[in-house]
Each structure stands twice: as structure tokens, then as C-alpha cells.
Design a protein around this ligand. Structure first.
Ligand code: FES
Ligand code: FES
Length: 178
């Protein structure tokens, strides 16, 4: 059993919307949200450090990227949660996922869902081209042990630029993550 989930607290039930579907999650209030989400089969939520420093457990909570390994279960209550599973729709990848493939922005891909969630938030907030500085800032707290940083930044930059010139317009699949 995870030491942060020692079962000594009374259980609570929280209600949240996960990738557009309302779900109820029950457990100790201190239980890491990452574990609760993985129990729903959302295996893009990957726990590595458990300390909030690597970014592999990142999801969007009401649009903001959050490390779920340090988010207690009660922090999900009433929130809109988006995970990488919600990015694609109708069998189509969203524009940022496509750019990751085009830029070969991964090797083992363990870190990829976390980078995608923060990257998607960054692109939506910018609504246009992203400077290298903004990308650096937005990816702070994400680690890639395979060292794909250059390609990841290229994918983000290219997706944001494409969107600015109309080549990454919101389509139905992207609309799913809003
Ligand atoms: S596992 Fe959550 S930040 Fe590393
Ligand atoms: S692609 Fe392997 S850790 Fe990033």
C-alpha cells in the first residue's frame, strides 16, 4: 500500500468530470489523485517521483496542468479533469499529438502524456506562436530521461505556429479536451 494512502483516514467520495464523463471516486482523503485516476484505467497518468518534480503524472485540472502525485483525492472534487486519453477523438490524434510524432519528440514515451498536457494548456493559453522562453517556462517541472527536449520544444513551437496561421485550427478532436 502506498504510504500516502495508509487507510487510516475515513473514506470520502468525490465527484469530478474526467474527460467529459462524470465519475465518483472513493478513498482516503490523502490518497494521491494519480493513483485514483489510474484505477479508472487512465494509465497515461504515470507516477514516477511522487514528489511533484518530474511531471509524468500531469493532468489538467480546470484547464491548469497539475502534478497529481502530490494532489490529494479531495482536490479533485467538483473539478474538470483532462488526461492524455481525452486528447484524441473519433480515432484522430489532436494537432499536438501529431506534431510530437512528426518531430519524433519521444523515445520510450514514458514522459509524453505529461508533456502533452502541459503543452496543450500552453498552446491554448497563447493562442498564437510560442517563444522559446515561454516554452521553457511552461515545461518547467517536466523531465525526459531520454533527453528529447529539443524535439519536444520543436513540436510545441510548430503546433503553436501552425495554429497561428490556421493550420492547427480547433477541430472536433481538440474541442473534446476543452
Ligand atoms: S510523479 Fe508526479 S511529478 Fe513526478
Ligand atoms: S521519451 Fe523517454 S523519458 Fe521522455
Amino acid at each position: 500500500m502506498d504510504q500516502r494512502d495508509d487507510g487510516t483516514d475515513d473514506e470520502i467520495t468525490v465527484t469530478c468530470q474526467v474527460n467529459g464523463v462524470e465519475v465518483r471516486l472513493t478513498g482516503s482523503p490523502a490518497r494521491p489523485a494519480s493513483l485514483a485516476l489510474r484505477e479508472l484505467g487512465l494509465f497515461s497518468v504515470r507516477e514516477t517521483c511522487g514528489l511533484g518534480i518530474c511531471g509524468t503524472c500531469t493532468v489538467r485540472l480546470d484547464g491548469e496542468p497539475v502534478s497529481t502525485c502530490i494532489l490529494p483525492l479531495y482536490g479533485l472534487d467538483g473539478c474538470r479533469v483532462e488526461t492524455a486519453e481525452g486528447l484524441a477523438g473519433d480515432g484522430r490524434l489532436n494537432p499536438l499529438q501529431e506534431r510530437f510524432i512528426e518531430s519524433q519528440a519521444f523515445q520510450c514515451s514514458f514522459c509524453t502524456p505529461g508533456f502533452l498536457m502541459s503543452g496543450q494548456a500552453m498552446i491554448e493559453a497563447a493562442q498564437g506562436p510560442l517563444s522559446g522562453e515561454l516554452i521553457e517556462e511552461g515545461l518547467d517541472g517536466h523531465l525526459c530521461r531520454c533527453g528529447c527536449y529539443v524535439a519536444i520544444k520543436e513540436a510545441l513551437s510548430s503546433c503553436a505556429a501552425g495554429r497561428a496561421c490556421g493550420d492547427g485550427e480547433l477541430d472536433e478532436s481538440e474541442a473534446n479536451v476543452r
